[in-house]
Design a protein around this ligand. Structure first.
Ligand SMILES: [Ca+2]
Ligand SMILES: [Ca+2]
Length: 96
């Protein structure tokens, strides 16, 4: 029993620590994962990612810089911006 909850806990930790692993191939609900990543990255819970939060979460490692993700140039990446970014980016190169 406790083994099992430990396992799911470390799974969550893994997701939080390694955003790149959090995109299950062929997942039909990638946006839920993206939202989860976004919430993990938004450490001050402001509802938007500052450049620092973006970097600290390692989101630039997806190959998109903070500047590119902040499409309206207000200095923060909102969830809407981030989801749009994901869909743009993901639909381009996720065809297996
Ligand atoms: Ca924030
Ligand atoms: Ca923005």
């Amino acid at each position: 029993m406790s083994n099992r909850s430990l396992a799911s806990l470390s799974l969550v930790a893994l997701f939080a620590a390694s955003p790149a692993l959090a995109f299950p191939q062929g997942s039909s609900d990638g946006t839920a994962v993206v939202k989860h990543i976004f919430e993990q990255a938004d450490t001050d819970k402001s509802g938007a990612l500052s450049a620092q939060e973006y970097k600290e979460a390692g989101l630039h490692e997806f190959g998109v810089s903070f500047e590119d993700s902040d499409t309206n140039d207000d200095g923060e990446t909102s969830l809407v911006e981030y989801l749009a970014l994901y869909e743009r980016h993901h639909s381009k190169k996720s065809q297996i």
